[in-house]
Write a protein that binds this ligand. Sequence first.
Ligand code: THU
Length: 160
Amino acid sequence: MKINELKISYKVRCHSELSPEEQALLQAATEAAHKAYAPYSKFRVGAAVLLGNGEILSGCNQENAAFPSGLCAERVTVFYANAKYPDVAVDTLLITVLDENDNYRGEPVPPCGACRQVLSETETRQGKPMRILLVGKSKVYEFSSVSDLLPFIFSGNELL
Ligand code: THU
């Protein structure tokens, strides 16, 4: 028997270390989180992407009384970006969550598994890494690639 080990790494930063560009991304995600449609969970998620053309797009979670019909903020945002600019890469995706007092939620919140699957295929499709920033109350986690969040992806190569 052989045991393989995978090593992933991520940076732990703080708000004051965000560059002006990253702050703009955080502002866009925060404004989006305020617009979340989350009457059932009250969990308001905002996401923003910095595209290869310099544009910032944002989105938030959209819930539905038929629960599985809703969609997470990350997929709303990345699908929007891919629909608007199919040939432009998503350089950075920033995700944040607001608490009931409109403050950033304590710990940075990582994307769910289904979102990671979508982010991973977007990264493969664009042929360059997508940087992920998860912003909590005081800490910011930075992953340099989706593959650090989801190693061992089902890539779809098996279908070809
Ligand atoms: N949600 C997101 O928007 N992103 C995630 O990565 C995790 C969960 C949303 C979905 C649902 O509207 C609410 O948060 C509670 O799960």
